[in-house]
Write a protein that binds this ligand. Structure first.
Ligand code: AP5
Length: 235
């Protein structure tokens, strides 16, 4: 990992299976800033059987969204951590118009005030665009490392040994919401609730689309270019 560079917040938008998690890990590694995945935090809570996990579990299993208030509180708590000072990657947040409005208000009220001289800049918002049929194939083929969340795909990025993580030797699992009927529901939820979020940022002139149909490394290259050529540079 490189030492942290102050790239400010990065928001990754895109449908389920677009590659948000895959790319967030690469950006995090390259710039030394944390990935904040609302999906991972929620799954962690489900696994530990917390109050939040109990509220989220059935909704996630059906491919529906968890209530805005719960998710916004979770994000507010996480981004105040000291490791977020030089930036962070929001993977899977915001996902509704209300979450996007909340995030803008949050940046204005909290981060700019506490930033000690304008260290922060507005988030750069990157949307990963991928063909629908490709999304379904990516999600049905996904395997995730149980211990540390490393991501594989039986069609596109298979592990060296089937069902074993190359990095830490943990078993690879199929996420419970990667069943075909839930995948269709998640993609529909994205269309109805999250597509307007992209439009919201587009109207503000803050949305940068990237072609997510390309090979993983090529998508990462586009991401780095966008981050390093942003307006109102944080670098
Ligand atoms: P979440 O975990 O955020 O899931 P998601 O948005 O549906 O996205 P995924 O994790 O499925 O896909 P991804 O884009 O990260 O793709 P990945 O990199 O893994 O959310 C899960 C649930 O939590 C939600 O349904 C909701 O209930 C709840 N939730 C979360 N956030 C919420 C919020 N803000 N508000 C309310 N509820 C919330 O890649 C997918 C596969 O493709 C992998 O196998 C990978 O290896 C492969 N792949 C990636 N890139 C490429 C490429 N370029 N070429 C070929 N294969 C590729």
């Amino acid at each position: 990992m490189e030492t942290s560079q102050n790239i400010g917040p990065v928001v990754l938008l895109g449908p389920p299976g677009a590659g948000k998690g895959t790319q967030a890990k690469r950006i995090a590694e390259h710039y030394g800033i944390p990935q904040i995945s609302t999906g991972d935090i929620l799954r962690g809570n489900v696994q530990r059987g917390t109050e939040l996990g109990l509220q989220a579990q059935a909704l996630m299993a059906r491919g529906e969204l968890v209530p805005d208030d719960l998710v916004c509180d979770m994000v507010a708590w996480r981004v105040r951590d000291v490791d977020c000072e030089c930036g962070f990657i929001l993977d899977g947040f915001p996902r509704t118009a209300r979450q996007a409005g909340w995030l803008d208000a949050f940046f204005e009220s909290e981060i700019f005030e506490n930033s000690g001289g304008g260290k922060w800049c507005l988030p750069i918002v990157i949307r990963i665009d991928v063909d629908y049929n490709q999304l379904v194939k990516r999600l049905t083929g996904r395997r995730t490392c149980l211990a540390n969340g490393h991501i594989y795909n039986v069609y596109f990025q298979p592990p060296r040994i089937p069902d074993i993580c190359d990095v830490d030797g943990s078993p690879l699992i199929i996420r419970s919401d990667d069943r075909e009927e839930v995948i269709r529901e998640r993609l529909q939820t994205y269309d109805v609730q999250t597509r307007p979020v992209a439009e919201y940022y587009e109207q503000k002139g803050r949305l940068v689309p990237v072609n997510g149909d390309l090979e993983v490394g090529e998508v990462t290259g586009q991401m780095f270019w966008v981050i390093e050529h942003r307006d109102g540079n944080c670098l």
